[in-house]
Design a protein around this ligand. Sequence first.
Ligand code: HEM
Length: 461
Amino acid sequence: MTTTTALNAAAADDYTSRPDASPTDLRHIPGLRGVPFAGRLPWMIRDFNGCLQEHYEKFGEVSFLNMGVGSGLLVLGPENWKQVYLDLDRNFSPKMGYMKSLGDFYRRCILLRDFDEHRFQRRVFQAAFKNDAMRGYLHMMNPIMQRHINSWEQQTAFQFFPGIKETLLDVAAKVFFGLDDLGEDARKLNQAFIDVAEKGMMSLIKKEIPGLKFHAGKKAKAYMDGYISRLIPERRRGEGIDFMSYVVKEKDENGNYFPDLDLTEHLTFLMFAAHDTTTSALSHLVMLLGQHPEWQERLRQEAFSLDKEFIDYDDMDSLPDLNNAFLEGLRLYPSVSMMTRRTVRACRIGGFDVPADTVLYLPPHFNHTMKEYWDEPQKFDPDRWGPERQEHKRHPFQFVGFGGGAHKCIGMHFAQMNAKAFMFQFLKRYRFETPVSYQPWMQIIPMPRPGDMLPLKLSRL
Ligand code: HEM
């Protein structure tokens, strides 16, 4: 077998010049090859978590996986994740890991920047996540959420998933870009965003031919980019307290603004990174609270105990049960079902020699349900996060719902604030029930959610 040192020699410098490189000889690593073209994808769509478990039982924490769209290594367990996330030797590239899935639409986004360049670009978000800014966002969010929540009372066959998706899109238009959530600009931007995600990124034929979904996605992305870039000078001049107004005023160490091209991409990607993830997390939490009415009631009492219409930024720590339930939902149903990296040079993972250009597949759900780290891991038990038990502190990478290391979710606190603000109002407004013995098929790809859109019976309180 070729040694790690020999393979190291050429690989690292030009690793980005090989976007489609695929390794590399992984025959020495056991795993499941699946069927021609599709690999293991059909099994993974049907039973994602079952497939991970099967790999683990047959081959251990590191195994070969053919995802159809590409193949690489399935990497499980917090110790291996620690190596990848901390990346002390700069072996693992998110840019190349995500190039296939995100590169067509978000090639310059923060997640597709590696190492020093990534650290430099991340500064652009600094001011936008400070406490005063967050306080302002929460004030904008609350009334928009209230309007949507109130409107649900009139719906006869209410489905939670489309309801929360629309709500959070309106919130995003206002909070991220300062657009009136009822205005035509917000509507068009939100539609373009949906077209990128649901048409462009989902298309199998990646050709810009009119009539194809990919083309529609590209047109929508061009619309978003054009709209946002034209807004930059106005937001820079103004005194706005929306997210974009902070980001476009950020300067580098030489006192220069970041280039418009980078800003536009960071802002459109931010919407992508923020929206589907929070929609997914809230859908799962509401599903779990429908299945566990005793917890729903407990959270409702906690919300009523604050005795106010909306939560304020200073109340974020005053809802510990809601906080724990949110994390517990994310543990059982991670919004990002698979993270990816690609090796930039040869290295060793889990005792195997791994060549350069090998894609690593990192699914959080496995770490989140390892019996070595969690008591009764399949049980919905928010108290495991409480001060008495603190189960999540057994290993720094047993919970990776927001990732870890240099690319750890920059919007983690924002996401929690968004979720709490919504749940606080929703719990006080309605008692909600899922259908009897509700066990829907759980979709994982492209985005985790209850497969039937989560029908709910709402009773006004
Ligand atoms: C429940 C909601 C959310 C979840 C579960 C979530 C999860 C994640 C995860 C797992 C990553 C790491 C990806 C990787 O390492 O491969 C990530 C990165 C990121 N998230 Fe979130 N996210 C959420 C909400 C948000 C929000 C609200 C924002 C913005 C306001 C945001 C912005 C980002 C950005 C910009 C990155 C890339 C960071 C970087 O590359 O440095 N996310 N998120």
